[in-house]
Structures are given as C-alpha cells and as structure tokens.
Design a protein around this ligand. Structure first.
Ligand code: UFG
Length: 330
C-alpha cells in the first residue's frame, strides 16, 4: 500500500550530488519518484546529477531554500548535505556546526514554513563515539568524540523536538562504513581529499606510495581496527525503505543503524583488495589515529525488522570489486 501511494511523489534530496546522495537519487528515479536535488557543489560533483534535477543552492540560504520549496509540493526531504570528515572537524569545528547544524536548522525551518513534514536524515555511527562492546544497538547513549559526530547528535536532538512540536516525522539513518560503487559503474566514491580506506588502498596500488595503516595494537584478533562496511547501494535502498515508511499514514520518528552486522579488520580489507585486483597493496604500519574506536559493528535488527531491509551487495569482495571497477574507469 505504501509503495502504491508513494510513486510519482516529489522528493527533495539535499546533497544529492555527493557519494551516498547520488546513488540514492539514481534509485529514487528508478523507482518512479520525481527528484529535485539541492546541492551547492562545495563537496559534491556536478557530473553525478542530471542537470534537469539540480538546483545549485546552499541549504543555509533561507531565501534560496524558500524558492526551491515554492517550486512544488514535496512529499518528503532526504537530507544528505553535510561535511563528513572527522579529522577536518577536529581542526575546524566551526565549519561543522555552521554547515551541519546551522544548515539543517535552516532546512527544517523551511520545511515547517512550507508544510513538508517528512525527513530522512543522514546520521552516523560516530554518534556512539567509542563503544565498549559491539554490535552496537540504537539504545546506546550518544557519546561522540568529534565535532563531526557531535554535529549529527545535535541534529538528531533537534529532530526529536521538531517531531514533538511540529509533528515533523523523521528517520535518522546511522551509517556505518559506506563503501563500494554503483554496480553499473556510473557512480562511485570521489571525495577530495579522500580519507576512506578502500579508495586509499587503490591509490596506493596506482601510485606505489604506501598507505599508512593506523595502528596494529588494537584489542582485535589481528590488531587492526574492525569496521562494518556497507555497500552504498544497500545504503541507498535503506533510504527508499525509510522514505516509504515515512509516507505511510502512521509514520513514526526513529533512529536506525545501517550496517551489515559483520565486521572486517583493516588487514582483511587489504587482503580483499589484493584478491580482487590481483595486485599487492604497498603499506606501512603507523601509530593509531586519534578518535578511532577499535571496533564499530552495527546491530541492524531494527532496520531489518521495521523496514524489511536486507543487504544484497555488502559482501566485502563485492564492495571492493564495484569500487575497483569505478576506480579503473575514472
Ligand atoms: N585507515 C587506515 N589508514 C588510512 C585510512 C583509514 O588504517 O589511511 C583505517 C582506519 O583507522 C579505520 C579504517 O581504516 O580503522 C576505516 O577508516 P575510514 O577512514 O575509511 O572510516 P572511519 O571508520 O574512520 O569513518 C567512518 C565514516 C565516518 C564516521 C566514522 C565513525 O567514514 O563518516 O566511521 O567513527 F564518522
């Protein structure tokens, strides 16, 4: 029923020219939604979005957002637009509070003004900080260890108040490690500067410059950090399911982890990259990176039970193979 209701509805996607945003836009279009992308292209890529759908605006610009909302009645907003680099946030927290928190507040205010009351929000495992045990359930208290994580906590907190006071229903998706690329090869990960492990391993192969592995003395079986890598297409699917839940008449606000429930160490990822590419990864062992938890693995039972989500592309080798295919054709 929710499926039939939702087709042809207009969805505003902020940050739709970014990595996860562009994959989600592609899936929305394939499922028959009308899509408008609001992106200032400060970190996203013009070529990742069909120009017919793109509005080049900053979510912090209230007047520009008013114009976007005046164009048509959106059924919902999917809000990706944000800065995402943990290290950068630790050097310049003001950027993260201005863009991620201030920008979200301007967006939420515009939504209320224009009567749009459904939001899917990009949150992160960074809201949990350094949890003592894994897998991580959503009930764990917020304990961010970076301004980036704090900025997402602040928006989730605002969403709680907007739910109670303005009946704005939202689903916050707390991503674990997004990775991989569109299996059809059209889109992929293109951060600048790149900080994520898998594209950096490819860079090391391409250039011969060794990548530094951040720590081999963690309390994990092989001493390197464990992460829950989730294919960007499975992540995009979680957004569609969250959107459909929000478009149903009995929509309720919630926060859901998006991860597979399986962790892989940095050494395992290196092995997968070597298997898939047939090439050796040059690497050196270095000290731990500040703020890196030893292990981050999702308990995704809620996502599976409530939204009926299941990962389909998140086998580590498929993640690496799709990312490698994209990397080869850039
Ligand atoms: N790593 C290295 N060397 C590198 C880069 C990464 O050893 O050059 C290691 C990291 O220490 C970590 C793993 O590879 O153990 C993955 O690192 P990424 O930087 O790819 O991802 P993170 O786990 O640090 O970050 C992810 C998301 C963030 C989110 C964070 C939550 O990308 O958005 O999880 O802690 F905030």
């Amino acid at each position: 029923m929710a499926l039939a209701l939702s087709r042809n509805q207009a969805i505003l996607v902020t940050g739709g020219a970014g990595y996860i945003g562009s994959h989600t836009v592609q899936l929305l279009l394939a499922r028959g939604y009308q899509v408008t992308v609001a992106d200032n292209l400060s970190r996203g890529h013009r070529h990742a979005v069909d120009p017919r759908f793109l509005r080049e605006v900053d979510i912090s610009d209230a007047a520009a957002m008013d114009r976007v909302f005046a164009e048509q009645q959106f059924a919902a907003v999917i809000h990706f637009a944000a800065f995402i680099a943990v290290g950068e946030s630790a050097r310049a927290p003001e950027l993260y509070f201005a863009n991620n928190v201030g920008g979200s507040l301007t967006l939420l205010t515009a939504m209320i003004r224009h009567g749009v009351k459904r939001l899917v929000f990009s949150s992160t495992a960074a809201v949990y900080g350094t949890p003592a045990t894994v897998p991580i359930r959503e009930e764990l208290p917020f304990a961010p260890v970076s301004p980036y994580g704090e900025s997402k906590v602040m928006v989730e907190t605002m969403l709680g108040w907007f739910d109670r006071i303005h009946a704005l229903r939202s689903i916050a998706l707390r991503y674990f490690n997004a990775a991989g690329a569109d299996p059809a090869g059209r889109l992929g990960e293109e951060h600048d500067p790149e900080t994520h492990l898998i594209p950096l391993l490819f860079h090391a192969i391409r250039t011969g410059e060794p990548i530094t592995i951040f720590g081999e003395d963690y309390p994990t079986p092989d001493g390197t950090c464990i992460r829950d890598y989730i294919h960007v297409s499975d992540l995009a699917e979680a957004h569609i399911l969250a959107l459909e839940a929000l478009l149903a008449p009995d929509a309720a606000s919630m926060a859901l982890n998006v991860g597979t429930g399986s962790g892989h160490s940095v050494r395992e990822v290196i092995r997968a990259v070597e298997d898939v590419t047939g090439k050796k990864v040059p690497f050196v062992m270095g000290p731990r990176r500040d703020g890196d938890p030893p292990a981050l693995v999702a308990d995704s039972a809620r996502l599976r039970a409530i939204l009926g989500w299941q990962p389909k592309h998140s086998d580590l080798r498929e993640i690496v193979a799709t990312a490698w295919q994209f990397d080869q054709h850039r």
